[in-house]
Design a protein around this ligand. Structure first.
Ligand code: NAD
Ligand code: MLT
Length: 316
């Protein structure tokens, strides 16, 4: 007599994840793949799966959740949950897990890289030199030492950026209404209002979640309060720094430079901001290191295993 077919729980991997993810899931699941950024692929693919693994390009919104008849877990291999409709998932009894510490060092390192690049014009000088231009005076920069860095959002990544940039001799100030001044002071960071931060900072780096409160926080009004020599880095989420307002401020010389990893619409291959020599851009690479991707993949794979076994999923 032949054995009855076993039906393994189905895990849909909707974005490119580290191979360590599948290894950590083990042999107990049927693994399927789709391109989650393509709705025409996502909606049918999610219909009969038990879990979906995503990064930031797949929108698991109310429509996707409604299309997912068997879904039990949405696992975000990274930090931000702004691409998941968490209330809709919760209402449908779907657990949402992420890997909140997996890529914070990697993301902080990229933010520091963007900051240094904006100060010293490294990408533009590299492009010019490779095009045969020895333009030394054009790419004179500014020092970081003794300058004030304003950290907007002193959470996991904001703290790591503050620690790293204080190693460059920067004075660190921060705006974060949810952090106690005493805790910030222990880290050598002075907490202040957003307006004060905008006025005193030589560099500003944004590390906020994307929420209705934070969208456009660094917008036209804020960009009229900054020093004209300020350089602004956004490696958090597109839209927290308003792109139109930033382009206007750069054009009018009210901001001296910017470093951007994230965009209000992604993928973003065309933006007025790309035409400025003093804007350094990367395509949402904040979490893109081998180490971070491996950590994120293993972390969410473990959470999916626990959740589908009906066990408690500890906070990562
Ligand atoms: P976190 O939750 O640890 O920190 C966020 C901080 O923002 C908290 O301290 C919170 O108090 C503060 N905050 C929340 N709302 C605020 C408001 N309205 N005004 C001021 N402060 C506010 O998050 P994190 O891990 O540090 O991540 C920060 C951001 O970086 C998130 O948007 C995350 O999605 C993004 N991120 C981007 C990449 C990338 O690839 N570029 C990688 C990882 C994380
Ligand atoms: C995150 O929030 O973790 C990042 O945006 C990482 C990513 O998924 O690329």
């Amino acid at each position: 007599m032949s054995a009855a077919p076993t039906h393994k729980p189905v895990v849909l991997i909707a974005e490119e994840l580290s191979p360590a993810t599948v290894d950590a899931l083990g042999p107990d699941f049927e693994i399927r793949h789709c391109d989650g950024a393509d709705r025409a692929q996502l909606l049918p693919a999610i219909a009969d799966v038990d879990a979906i693994l995503i990064r930031s390009a797949t929108k698991v919104d109310a429509e996707a959740i409604a299309a997912a008849g068997k879904l039990k877990v949405v696992a975000r291999a990274g930090v931000g949950l702004d691409n998941v409709d968490v209330p809709a998932a919760t209402k449908a009894g779907v657990m949402v897990v992420n890997a909140p510490t997996s890529n914070i060092v990697t993301a902080a390192e990229l933010a520091c890289g963007l900051l240094i690049s904006t100060a010293r014009h490294i990408p533009a000088a590299n492009t010019a030199l490779k095009a045969g231009k020895w333009a030394r005076s054009k790419y004179t920069g500014v020092e970081l030492a003794e300058k004030t860095l304003g950290v907007v959002g002193l959470g996991r990544i904001g703290v790591l950026v503050a620690q790293r940039m204080s190693g460059f001799g920067m004075k660190i100030v921060a705006y974060d209404p949810y952090i106690q001044a005493a805790r910030a002071a222990q880290m050598g960071v002075k907490l202040m209002s957003l307006d004060e931060l905008l006025e005193v900072s030589d560099f500003i780096t944004v590390h906020l979640p994307k929420t209705p409160e934070t969208i456009g926080l660094i917008g036209d009004e804020a960009l009229h309060k900054v020093k004209p020599t300020v350089r602004i880095v956004n490696a958090a989420r597109g839209g927290i720094v308003d792109e139109e307002a930033l382009a206007a401020a750069l054009k009018e010389g009210r901001v001296a430079g910017a470093g951007l990893d994230v965009y209000s619409k992604e993928p973003c291959t065309d933006s007025p901001l790309f035409s400025f020599d003093n804007v350094v851009c990367t395509p949402h690479l904040g979490a893109s290191t081998d180490e971070a991707q491996e950590k994120a993949g293993i972390s969410v794979a473990k959470s999916v295993r626990l959740a589908l076994a009906g066990e408690l999923v500890p906070d990562a």
